[in-house]
Design a protein around this ligand. Structure first.
Ligand code: GLU
Length: 315
């Protein structure tokens, strides 16, 4: 992959824990169109870092589905399972500057902690100044604010959601970068991978908005550039739950890509004209690239869609 810096290099980074569903299609469409409409590159990264939850079969199925929907990515697919050495280097760098500390707390010991908005325990700081005698390190955590300094909140301008401000010690606490099972955490992997690939623009679902502050913090610590961010509204069902396998969102039907694409475009504020319903996939993409404007995407974090209607339209 070239290390020159294009004006725009975006990416789509699915986790191969199951087949692509409508929610992931929306993120793929948004990131792809934003890159292509601005003459940019669009890369694909398989986020198979959480080995027990991921499978090669699911990854291959995702690649085939993306192809059948007419997505074309630049360069080779990046696989997180092949990038352990880069994550280990980043951890070493954090260890050298004492930005991380070993933590001996078990899940049970953290059971009473306050919860962050994403449901994870906010670390109460037990091992921050050292583990109690005889305790064994389980994980590595990043210190989100030096004990002394008055840590400034992380502030960034999201191209869709506007100004986002997060005080990490309140919103996340010292978060995990290497898990007790030895696996590197998503937050560290994403930051290392985006920087290594020279990603300039991250367009993804607003369910990751709270992760972004943590990622910007890690970029600061590791001396990496921060990309521009745009968080698309996530599709939720009538109960306000994200469409995911758990809520029975149906896998996309590769044989009927037009139906899924038209639904995704409509949801993103780019309803194709009726004559395109019977057009070819290429014609629909050409129209979408010509008409894509990030400012037409609804400025919402969640968009409720009747799950049944998506199932009927996309299956
Ligand atoms: N792998 C993540 C997911 O599927 C996306 C990560 C990202 O776009 O930064 O939710």
């Amino acid at each position: 992959m070239s290390i020159s810096h294009p004006l725009y290099r975006g990416r789509f980074a699915p986790s191969p824990t199951g087949p692509l569903h409508f929610g992931s299609l929306v993120a793929a469409v948004g990131s792809f169109l934003d890159a292509r409409a601005r003459g940019g590159e669009w890369l694909l990264r398989m986020e198979d870092i959480d080995a027990p939850r991921c499978s090669m079969a699911a990854a291959e199925d995702i690649l085939r589905t993306l192809e059948s929907f007419g997505f074309a990515w630049d360069g080779a697919v990046v696989w997180q399972h092949q990038r352990q050495a880069a994550y280990a280097d980043a951890l070493l760098q954090l260890q050298k500057i004492k930005q991380v500390f070993p933590c001996a707390c078990t899940r049970r010991e953290l059971a009473d902690s306050l919860l962050a908005t994403d449901g994870a325990a906010i670390y109460p700081g037990t091992c921050r100044l050292g583990m109690a005698e005889g305790k064994k390190a389980q994980a590595w955590r990043v210190r989100v604010s030096p004990a002394s300094a008055s840590a400034a909140p992380i502030v960034f301008e999201d191209a869709i959601q506007g100004r986002i401000e997060s005080d990490l010690s309140r919103d996340a606490g010292d978060f995990i970068v290497r898990r007790a099972d030895g696996m590197f955490a998503y937050q560290l992997a994403v930051v290392v991978d985006d920087a290594a690939a020279g990603i300039t623009h991250v367009v993804r679902g607003a369910d990751l908005l709270l992760s972004t502050a943590r990622q910007i913090f890690l970029q600061h610590c590791l001396g990496l550039p921060a990309p521009f961010y745009a968080h698309l509204p996530v599709v939720v069902n009538a109960a306000g739950e994200k469409l995911a396998k758990q809520t029975l969102a149906t896998p996309l039907d590769s044989k009927r890509p037009m139906v899924g694409l038209i639904s995704a475009l409509t949801l993103l504020g780019h309803k194709p004209p009726p004559e395109l319903v019977d057009a070819s996939l290429d014609e629909l993409w050409a129209w979408a690239i010509r008409h894509w404007r990030l400012e037409n995407v609804p400025r919402q974090r969640a968009l409720p869609v009747a799950e049944k209607s998506i199932m009927q339209e996309t299956s």
